[in-house]
Design a binder for this molecule. Structure first.
Ligand SMILES: [Zn+2]
Length: 362
């Protein structure tokens, strides 16, 4: 990770670079702030810069042997501690390193995304007490290649109490040439004694100006300085745009009573898989309700994107108090059937036929 790969945060980058250039490297630093703003990326870029053998005034070189190993997070003197869930045969952080390195390629990710990626989505992530033995073992290793050993601890607030106590002992008598970089979202949950041993660096939310090249103004405004939030809003928008196109297509066939195309549509939908079908049916209930609300002309209650507004303004006269319940009921029943593995081709064809009777009768 190089500083140039991180969006915004220019003041923090300049500060970290100055620390290295002036050779004022605290043995423990805590990067703290909100989720999705680049804290972990900054810690990685800083560690890479610190160990680069050909660093420039603004960034690591990205090409020296140390940088190449840092970029892939495989440097033998770079160690990671992070929350996880024990599963059979995987007891320590290092057992999850392949998945962790894969996750780091995203640059911005949440604890939930990380846990999902290791198949622990419904569990709590913890840094278990036995991890402290691993930390001690790694610190006792002689550094292989670089001046500094780096120990990056992501979300130390998820540490088991006994692990936190052992970490505190280590920080009280820090081993030489080891840099601890703690990356925290809730430092208030940590032992105050740990906090007092680390230099606290508050990472602010990303400035709107730094995000405007990647996202629309609306998304930048709503995301409030979190890259992760902006990315999620963008993904949601793309999904809902795709669903809107499907909805418009289905309604055109329904309206024209076009059975041949309805059959083809059902086959297409069956080919998209269950998750997409469910996402569409949920969206269809939402946009049908929006059409009804538009019919009532309660515009203040309408939550539509501009691309939907044109459609809903035309289609609304077909959705009234007389059919709104049965229309949404059809979509919700189709979703239930899909969830229960009924053949999607039949579900969508039947849905189309039902909608024809509803729309016609209005
Ligand atoms: Zn380098």
């Amino acid at each position: 990770m190089q500083f140039k790969d991180i969006i915004g945060q220019n003041e923090i980058k300049a500060y970290l670079i100055k620390c290295v250039q002036n050779n004022r490297i605290p043995h423990a630093q805590m990067f703290w702030g909100a989720s999705g703003i680049g804290k972990l990326s900054l810690a990685l870029a800083y560690a890479q810069y610190l160990n680069c053998t050909n660093r420039t005034a603004n960034d690591s070189c990205g090409k020296c042997p140390s940088c190449i190993q840092y970029q892939k997070a495989v440097h033998p003197d770079l160690h990671f501690v992070f929350p996880y869930t024990k599963i059979k045969g995987k007891e320590y952080c290092d057992d999850f390193l392949p998945e962790w390195r894969e996750m780091l390629k995203n640059h911005y990710f949440s604890l939930q995304q990380w846990l999902e990626s290791i198949g622990a989505d419904n569990k709590q992530g913890i840094i278990y007490s036995n991890e402290s033995e691993e930390i001690l073992r790694k610190l006792s290793l002689k550094s292989y290649e670089s001046d500094f050993k780096t120990m990056i601890i992501w979300l130390p607030e998820k540490m088991h109490e006994s692990c936190a106590n052992k970490l505190l002992k280590i920080l009280e008598e820090p081993p030489s040439n080891t840099v601890f970089l703690l990356v925290s979202e809730q430092p208030e949950l940590l032992l105050s004694t740990i906090i007092s041993r680390a230099q606290m660096i508050h990472i602010p939310n990303i400035q709107a100006d730094d995000m405007k090249n990647s996202f629309s103004p609306g998304i930048v405004h709503t995301a409030n300085g979190s890259y992760l939030q902006a990315k999620m809003l963008l993904d949601q928008k793309e999904e809902s745009q795709a669903n809107f196109i499907i909805y418009r297509t289905l309604m055109a066939y329904v309206f024209k009573q076009d059975l041949a195309n309805l059959k083809k549509f059902s086959e297409d939908m069956a080919g998209k898989g269950r998750e997409l079908a469910k996402s569409f049916l949920e969206y269809a209930q939402h946009v049908t309700r929006e059409c009804f609300i538009a019919n009532l002309q309660e515009n203040t209650l309408n939550y539509t994107y501009p691309y939907e507004a044109e459609f809903t303004s035309k289609f609304r006269r077909f959705v009234s108090i007389y059919n709104i319940d049965s229309l949404t009921e059809q979509f919700s029943r189709a979703a239930y059937d899909i969830e229960h593995n009924v053949n999607a081709r039949i579900v969508f064809f039947d849905l189309g036929l039902q909608l024809m009777t509803q729309i016609k009768s209005s």
